[in-house]
Design a protein around this ligand. Structure first.
Ligand SMILES: [Fe+2]
Length: 255
């Protein structure tokens, strides 16, 4: 039996960002998600406050969803969906009304950070957002050079009240980052994986392979934990990474 999965980060809505370029691609990506056992999906198009207002984004996202819903292929699909966003970090987020950007019906908000340099005021801004009642989820933490060179920077954000996601691809393909990613998983600093799928070939749906890699590299308990966390977050339930532990560097390796 295929395990039921939840995908909390994807770019499947048609024509709104650098993901599915049209309805045909959206339908193909959704078919593949369903083939891999995905039953709950959060549509998370990119949002960047330097490029678009929240109102304009919400309107464009609604139009993209309507285009999808109007298709008879989508109407015949057995999949639950909700709306969200992948919000690019700025200090200005602390002063914005973020509710329209949260995972629908919840306080969770998926936030993407700059990849190379830790942004100024990060802890303060995320702390303000948390104090307002939101729960930031840091998207694909493996992409941030400053977190991979020093994973205690991620621990500090988890300690603040954030959650963290990695892309399934990071588990499927072994790279020089794999040992650090292993440290993040074993230290309880990552709560779930997602596909972050954009297209059929370059960045396809891959949760099936991602969970297989998680199971074989880290064991079934992480698979169960990650499946359950994503399902709980989708439903809007509060989850708490109680077991997060601070990474240590021993003989040049993060453990
Ligand atoms: Fe993304």
């Amino acid at each position: 039996m295929v395990t039921q999965k939840t995908d909390l980060h994807c770019h499947i809505l048609p024509g709104i960002d650098d993901g599915a370029k049209n309805l045909e691609v959206s339908i193909a990506l959704l078919r593949e998600e369903i083939n891999q056992g995905v039953t709950n999906i959060m549509f998370t198009p990119h949002f960047d406050s330097d490029r678009i207002s929240v109102d304009e984004f919400v309107s464009a996202r609604g139009e993209a969803l309507e285009q999808l819903r109007a298709s008879k292929e989508f109407a015949g699909m057995d999949i639950n969906f909700k709306l969200g966003a992948e919000v690019y970090y700025t200090v200005g987020l602390a002063d914005m009304e973020l509710e329209p950007l949260c995972y629908q019906g919840s306080d969770y908000i998926l936030i993407e950070l700059p990849t190379q340099a830790r942004p100024h005021g990060l802890s303060r801004t995320l702390g303000t957002i948390i104090n307002k009642g939101y729960r930031p989820i840091i998207a694909h933490v493996e992409r941030y050079a400053y977190m991979m060179s020093d994973p205690t920077t991620l621990y500090d954000l988890i300690d603040l009240g954030c959650l963290a996601q990695i892309n399934a691809e990071t588990l499927v393909t072994k790279t020089k980052l794999s040992p650090v990613v292993g440290c993040l998983i074993r230290r309880g600093l990552v709560q779930f994986i997602a596909s972050d799928c954009h297209s059929r070939r370059r960045r396809p749906p891959n949760l099936e392979k991602g969970f297989a890699a998680l199971r074989s590299n880290y064991g079934g308990k992480y698979e169960e934990r990650f499946l359950d966390a994503a399902k709980q977050i989708y439903s809007g339930a509060a989850i708490c990474p109680e077991d997060a532990k601070k990474p240590k560097k021993i003989l040049g390796m993060w453990v």
